[in-house]
Write a protein that binds this ligand. Structure first.
Ligand code: RFL
Ligand code: PHB
Length: 393
């Protein structure tokens, strides 16, 4: 089998790239370890930057997003129970974010892929990359006990943090930068109306809490928890009690309790691998970088990576120029590091760190109090939250 671009992984990075290349008439095949139901079933991101929404429109996959997506012009921050709102739209000249779950995004991308006849191999095990340092790269995998080989011009590793692609870059070339946070997020989904029509990011002395949503009838809530905690120790009642304490009395009064149907703990990590290209291999999305979810940037970064990469590949095939390909890693990393900085900062000012003393706590409170009172500080948050442009102005 032969294709121009072999894409490893059918998450957001892989599927947005497959659609972008299809739009440009560039032949590609996606190779995914799991099945569609698994990828679509993972409860993850919820907030789309304006650039991600624009790309869904450009790709012709935005019908349901337009009907069901919740457009937010602002977000709320709570400090020890007292809420203030940041008017992101007013501070950024009209930019907004849209709440639309990653599960819905994946469903739309997979439905359109089927309709357009995009090539996706599901249930591929033992995926391996070869020849990426030469002219004839190929990807092999096993399916139904048979080994298959796909020859290609380029391989794109969109296989997430635990994938195989990053490891194909030699150890003496790859540099890794990392911060592991000493806590996780316990997340809950419940079919109850959201507390507030926009999100609430809460800093409380007992720890961080986040009130988010999936629809007017479905809420998504998170609370910071210790890494050694078990989901089984968190009954729904215990979760609702802790959430309400941390959101404070005003927001708590608007929380509707109900049975949860999803409950899981995710660790928090900042991670960047450099470079994002080696030979004929490119990395995109979580395969190259992880952000703590506080800034809602993970999926949006996957989208900006593959937008840049599709431009570079289009240039390669249309104009026979490799300038874009050669610049991809530096161009993508410039945006990635700004999102890393923002996600790290927003995590640092909203979470309780086990090593925090009275001084640290007061600095944190002063920083959020400054945010409450300063439109300049709010604008800095707003322009990062709605999404920085692909290139610095
Ligand atoms: P993914 O989604 O991990 O997809 C990788 C795909 O590759 C497949 N794979 C392989 N395929 C073939 N061979 C192999 N050896 C393979 N190994 C793996 C996997 O099965 C999978 O299908 O990476 P991608 O595409 O880069 O997308 C990244 C996003 O999924 C991720 O950044 C976001 O979910 C992060 N995230 C959020 N992002 C946002 O933009 N906004 C948010 O509000 C937001 N909230 C979140 C989040 C992530 C969270 N968790 C659980 C980590 C909230 C949470 C709680
Ligand atoms: C979510 O709704 O899952 C969500 C929203 C905002 C974040 C992280 C996750 O910062």
């Amino acid at each position: 089998m032969r294709t121009r671009v072999a894409i490893v992984g059918a998450g957001p990075a892989g599927m947005f790239l497959a659609h972008l290349l299809h739009l440009e008439g560039i032949d590609a095949t996606v190779i995914e370890r799991r099945d569609r139901a698994y990828v679509e079933g993972r409860v993850r991101a919820g907030v789309l930057e304006q650039g991600t929404v624009a790309l869904m429109h450009r790709l012709g996959v935005a019908d349901r997003l337009m009907r069901e997506g919740l457009v937010h012009g602002g977000t709320n921050v709570a400090l020890d129970g007292k809420l203030f709102r940041i008017d992101m739209a007013a501070l950024t000249g009209g930019s907004t974010v849209t709440v639309y779950g990653q599960q819905e995004v994946m469903r739309d991308l997979f439905d359109a892929a089927e309709a357009r006849g995009l090539s996706i191999v599901w249930d591929a095990s033992d995926v391996a990359l070869s020849g990426i340092d030469g002219d004839r790269p190929h990807v092999t995998w096993r399916r139904d006990g048979v080994t298959q080989q796909l020859d290609c011009d380029f391989v794109v590793g969109c296989d997430g943090y635990h994938g195989v692609s990053r490891a194909a870059i030699p150890r003496d070339v790859l540099r890794v930068f990392e911060r592991v946070y000493p806590f996780g997020w316990l997340g809950v989904l419940a079919d109850v109306p959201p507390a507030e029509h926009e999100l609430i990011y809460a800093n409380h002395e007992r720890g961080f809490a986040l009130a988010s949503m999936r629809s007017p009838t479905r809420s998504r809530y998170y609370i910071q928890c210790a890494l050694d905690e078990e989901v089984a120790d968190w009954s729904d009642d215990r979760f609702w009690d802790e959430l309400c304490l941390r959101l404070g009395p005003d927001a708590a009064a608007k929380v509707t309790r109900g049975p949860s149907f999803e409950k899981s703990i995710a660790p928090l990590r900042s991670f960047v691998a450099e470079p994002m290209r080696w030979g004929r291999l490119f990395l995109a999305g979580d395969a190259a970088h992880i952000v703590p979810p506080t800034g809602a940037k993970g999926m949006n970064l996957a989208v900006s990576d593959v937008t840049m990469l599709s431009q570079a590949l289009t240039e390669h095939y249309r104009e026979r120029s490799d300038a874009g390909i050669d610049h991809y890693s530096a161009r993508a990393l410039a945006r990635v590091w700004k999102a890393e900085r923002f996600s790290w900062w927003f995590t640092s000012v909203t979470h309780r760190f086990p090593t925090m003393d009275g001084f640290d706590r007061r600095i944190q409170m002063a920083e959020l109090d400054y945010l409450r009172g300063s439109l300049a500080a709010q604008r800095a948050l707003a322009e990062n939250y709605v999404g920085l442009p692909l290139e610095a102005a």
